[in-house]
Ligand binder design. Structure first.
Ligand SMILES: [Zn+2]
Length: 427
């Protein structure tokens, strides 16, 4: 399949500039060539006029819980531990794999509509989450949320490994399965070691929540005599690739310590603001050249899957916290959602560049958000919203075209989620 995106402008995230009016040739799943002159001789399957489109590398939502959409707007304005223990955990105990499957599909549609081509998820019933990813056509690093609070831990690890063997690299390599020990406060030290051992039989990377709240840090010091980063280091986590959600309460020493490790903080600004968890020191992380990712978190703590909004909030909140408008610029959050994510999740995308995977989202340059066109990088982060996203290409295939999701039946999925939520929350 050969597609030509004709007369398109695109974000060159590496050189921090917008390239105007070029042609992008996509061959199968690769960006084959980017050129400015007309090449009429090539026999394209599709030639699409993109003269009013701005392309960006498709975004990666670096941390979410797709299956939590059933609990969207179910329990709000509560402190994290009250929210988790009194509201979320009791409902989660009743969740079926069908609930999680449809909730995941709905979340994936929401992600697609904000230009997301790759998600990092942590939840339960990950075989069904994986099915949802494969059907949708996007990419996913899907981790099984593991705790040692209850249940047979050996059984959980066996189940994870059998799902890994069945699903890892499925969907033409779009799907990755990884262990997701939930957090240090829901996993014992022995269990964390067991998960670490299992990760060696998998791809040597893990997804975990780290230092989300001050309470978590204080309890770790009380119980283990050290802060969470040192605790994880002592267990052996720093020898692996770690995708670490939140990292709100990392002090300067901890940030310096992780700077030469394969430890990647994922910034979740909206969730951290809404749950009043605190402010991540993104400035100091960037100063230490840490490749930070960015994600929405689940729809019951955000309460949406809108990466455009996430980048916007992620940028401006730092300016206020640091009393410095130069802090965390538009291009910084765009890098988190694209080129940094490519490194974090080992996918050869994140840039619109010849030879890279064809993962591209497009914005409507005719919209109010992009008028006038003074600075399109600023417009992407400070003015745009997800209704400006028109198209999404993942792995060389159109997943959304003219705002219509092609791979999934949006109406049917909304109907199913409404029906299942009613059953789940009213019993
Ligand atoms: Zn989370």
């Amino acid at each position: 399949m050969n597609i030509l995106l004709k007369n398109i402008s695109y974000l060159d995230v590496t050189n921090e500039k917008i390239v105007r009016n070029v042609n992008i040739h996509i061959q199968d799943n690769i960006i084959k060539e980017i050129y400015s002159e007309d090449k009429k001789l090539f026999n394209f399957d599709y030639i699409i006029d993109c003269s009013n489109k701005l392309a960006s590398p498709a975004f990666t939502n670096g941390h979410t819980h797709l299956g939590m959409t059933q609990m969207r707007n179910y329990a709000d304005d509560l402190e994290l531990m009250t929210w988790l223990n009194e509201k979320i955990f009791p409902v989660e105990a009743r969740l079926t794999s069908e609930d999680i499957y449809y909730a995941s599909l709905l979340s994936i549609i929401e992600n697609i509509k904000s230009g997301v081509g790759n998600v990092c998820d942590m939840y339960d019933s990950i075989d069904r989450v994986s099915d949802a990813i494969i059907e949708s056509g996007i990419r996913g690093s899907i981790s099984m949320g593991l705790t040692s609070v209850s249940g047979d831990v050996n059984k959980k690890l066996d189940k994870l490994y059998s799902i890994y063997k069945e699903y890892n690299n499925q969907g033409s390599g779009r799907l990755k399965i990884l262990p997701g020990p939930h957090a240090i406060y829901t996993c014992s030290k022995e269990f964390l070691k067991m998960v670490l051992d299992l990760s060696e039989k998998m791809d040597n990377r893990l997804n975990i929540h780290v230092s989300e709240t001050e309470t978590e840090v204080n309890n770790c010091i009380k119980e283990n005599g050290v802060r969470p980063i040192e605790y994880l280091n002592q267990i052996g986590f720093m020898d692996k690739k770690i995708i670490a959600a939140h990292c709100v309460h990392l002090n300067k020493e901890e940030i310096e310590f992780i700077s030469d490790k394969e430890f990647y903080p994922i910034y979740n600004p909206t969730s951290n603001l809404k749950l009043a968890s605190g402010f991540t020191d993104i400035d100091y992380m960037l100063k230490n050249k840490i490749k930070v990712g960015i994600g929405t978190d689940g729809s019951s703590s955000n309460n949406n899957q809108d990466m455009i909004e996430e980048m916007h909030i992620g940028s401006i909140v730092n300016k206020a916290v640091n009393s410095d408008p130069k802090s965390v610029k538009a291009i910084d959050v765009l890098r988190m959602a694209t080129i940094n994510a490519a490194e974090i999740f080992d996918v050869d995308n994140g840039e619109i560049k010849e030879g890279k995977l064809a993962d591209i989202c497009m914005f409507d340059l005719d919209s109010i958000s992009f008028t006038p066109q003074n600075n399109l990088i600023s417009a992407l982060v400070y003015s745009a919203n997800r209704s400006d996203v028109t198209d999404l290409i993942v792995d060389g295939k159109f997943i959304m075209r003219n705002r219509e999701v092609l791979s999934l039946d949006e109406e049917k999925i909304k109907y199913k989620v409404r029906e299942l939520s009613e059953k789940l929350l009213n019993c």
